[in-house]
Design a protein around this ligand. Structure first.
Ligand code: GTQ
Length: 348
């Protein structure tokens, strides 16, 4: 290891002043801060948000702020290790809870950040992405990839609430985040791809053999089907191993968004398991059940729809509190980004 690095106050003030006047700094006093040994510096804290405490405030926002004055009526989860105005749950991931009331629409736009919605409660909501109308039922995952037009509507009764996850902090910090407004979309009459072209895993429209769709062919992953698939997978998964399914692009088998990864986890009754420490950060959203989480030494009790921040390099231990019912969690992480950058790691 390098011996103790030189500090700023070891340098003559006149020298520092001259550097400053030329917009220069010496690296060595800051080097270890940028490149710490063994583990990155992490401002992000493990954190937990109880849905029960957010829900009434989100409904109150429905009374206080008409949709026309909000564009998107969202309460943003702010990691306590960062400034609230940075609006991030992890260094790359933004999470908000969005409310739409019956008859409201959130207008059409497109932007450079990638976004997904995980439906929390309510029926009759939909997102239209490039003309494809995607129904939103509880637990469904809806993708709005970078650069695709999207708008939200609500044809049901009662409020609809979903969790938005975006790679906004990443895209904002590389100074690439912007949005374009659009006219309302023309909706195609056909049901969405999850009900037609990509009806089940293992079979594709025949033409895909000649021409793959390398874009974003499947934009909606119905929870009903993912839940069934988890139950079937659990039958052959050894006790103590994670029952976990990755959401993928059906044409390529690869992750379905550029920077964000999605998976669903099932905890059998009474089950406890540990997911290895990984280089990526993430956010857990409880879909069903109650239990406990240990994130890098911080312990939380979680209930349905709660949200938990997982910093980089954090092991996750999850326990299902129920001895009778399975619990289901959804995980969004930035592992695809880490893989593309060539440094994704899982630590045993
Ligand atoms: O629904 O398009 O939470 O553009 C933040 C930015 C939701 C959306 C957010 C957005 C949206």
């Amino acid at each position: 290891m390098t011996e103790q690095l030189g500090t700023l106050d070891e340098l003559p003030p006149s020298y520092l002043k001259e550097l400053t006047s030329l917009d220069l700094v010496p690296l060595w006093p800051f080097l270890r801060g940028f490149l710490p040994y063994g583990i990155p510096e992490r401002k992000t804290k493990p954190a937990h948000w109880a849905y029960e405490s957010i829900r009434p405030l989100l409904l109150q926002a429905g009374d206080l702020t008409p949709i026309e004055k909000a564009e998107r009526r969202v309460l943003v989860l702010c990691n306590p290790g960062h400034n609230p105005e940075d609006a991030l749950v992890t260094p790359t991931i933004y999470v908000g809870l969005q409310l739409i009331l019956p008859g409201e629409t959130a207008p059409n736009h497109k932007h450079t950040p990638s976004a997904v919605r995980l439906v929390v409660e309510g029926g009759g909501g939909f997102t239209t992405v490039n003309g494809e109308k995607l129904p939103m039922e509880p637990g469904d995952l809806i993708l709005t990839p970078p650069g695709l037009w999207h708008e939200h509507g609500h044809e049901g009764d009662g409020p609809i609430i979903w969790m938005d996850a975006l790679d906004l902090p990443l895209i904002y910090n590389i100074e690439a985040s912007y949005c374009t407004e659009g006219e309302p979309q023309q909706m195609k009459p056909d049901p969405d791809g999850s009900q037609t072209r990509y009806r089940r895993a293992g079979v594709l429209p025949y033409q895909s053999l000649n021409q793959r769709d390398y874009g974003f062919p499947l934009l909606r992953f119905p929870w009903r089907e993912v839940r069934e698939a988890l139950k079937d997978l659990s039958k052959i998964t050894p006790a103590g191993d994670a029952v976990q399914l990755a959401y993928v692009n059906p044409e390529t088998g690869q992750e379905c968004m550029p920077t964000l990864g999605f998976s669903a986890l099932m905890l059998r009754p009474g089950e406890e398991f540990t997911l290895p420490k990984r280089s990526s950060s993430g956010v857990l959203k409880v879909v069903e059940g109650r239990g406990q989480a240990d994130i890098d030494g911080a312990t939380y009790d979680w209930d349905q729809h709660d949200i938990i921040a997982v910093p980089t390099h954090s092991p996750i231990t999850l326990v299902n509190r129920s001895g009778q019912e399975p619990a289901y969690l959804f995980l969004v992480d930035d592992a695809p980004l880490h893989r593309k950058l060539g440094f994704y790691e899982e630590f045993k």
